[in-house]
Design a protein around this ligand. Structure first.
Ligand SMILES: O=P(O)(O)OC[C@@H](O)[C@@H](O)c1c[nH]c2ccccc12
Length: 266
């Protein structure tokens, strides 16, 4: 059943983009995108470890196809503030509606209430979405190697650069890592979750990080739940962690974030 979820998400995304283009033409968004002024440094923040020795990109995530409903009524502004107070280095906001119950408004509300750089977490398959991302105020976008042709990956990286959007390029295998590196990716996310099967194994990030050169900065993504998970991945040279579900489910996200970064007893 889950084997084709990713292709369903991508197929739906093409429809959504076509619908959005009818409401707001790309030309209009491009103007808004170019007028954007308050870019916040996502890549630069993640290029060296934060004060605690790690950077946490804390994610705002209401639901997911693998976990179902996580926290459907969450208030993105309130969560963003708790994440900032808990020492998060950046935010990630899911904007996919149909599979993750996110929205553009979630990103805008979260970003407005803090001063952290914000990653737009979505399935980027069309240039339209890059203009849209810059227009909504995102500082960075996710590029998932698995759903893009290598030339498309390169073109999208270039378009993102023109719009002053940083990119986090996501891989799940050695072959995808090679594709990412060839395309010039600098910030590379290793997704511990296989987006086709939902199988999650945090060892994945450690294994692939060993293949990185000093030109690429790794980000471990998905399935990270404890301080021990972080310590074990730090041993593999990783200092950036993208974490969603375990923070959203925590009764006290601010305190939980501090404990993940080793700044408070759990
Ligand atoms: O909630 P988790 O297991 O901590 O994972 C966060 C993040 O890595 C995950 O949401 C994610 C990583 N890559 C994606 C691509 C699309 C959608 C979601 C994702």
């Amino acid at each position: 059943m889950s084997a084709d979820i990713l292709s369903r998400i991508v197929a739906r995304k093409h429809e959504e983009v076509a619908e959005a283009e009818k409401l707001i033409p790309e030309k209009n968004l491009a103007e808004q995108a170019k007028a954007r002024q308050d870019y916040r440094p996502f890549f630069k923040t993640l290029s060296k470890p934060g004060k605690s020795g790690v950077n946490i990109i804390a994610e705002i995530k209401r639901a997911s196809p693998s976990k179902g409903i996580i926290c459907p009524d969450l208030d993105p502004a309130e969560f963003a503030r708790a994440y900032e107070k808990g020492g998060a280095s950046c935010l990630s906001v899911l904007t996919d509606r149909d599979f993750f119950q996110g929205s553009i408004n979630d990103l805008k509300a979260a970003r407005k209430s803090v001063s952290l750089p914000v990653l737009r977490k979505d399935f980027m398959i069309s240039p339209y979405q890059f203009y849209e991302s810059a227009a909504m105020g995102a500082d960075a976008v996710l590029l998932i190697v698995r759903i893009l042709e290598p030339v498309q990956l390169k073109d999208f990286m270039q378009l993102a650069a023109e719009l002053n959007l940083d990119t986090l390029t996501e891989v799940h295998s050695k072959a995808e890592l090679e594709t990412a590196v060839k395309a010039g990716a600098k910030l590379v996310g290793i997704n511990n979750r296989n987006l086709g099967t939902f199988e999650t194994n945090i060892q994945k990030a450690a294994d692939l990080a060993s293949l990185f050169t000093s030109d690429q900065v790794p980000v471990a993504e998905s399935g990270i739940k404890t301080r021990e998970d972080i310590i074990s991945l730090q041993k593999a040279g990783i200092f950036n962690f993208l974490i969603g579900e375990s923070i959203v489910r925590s009764p006290d996200p601010k305190a939980f974030l501090k404990s993940l970064a080793g700044r408070m007893k759990p």
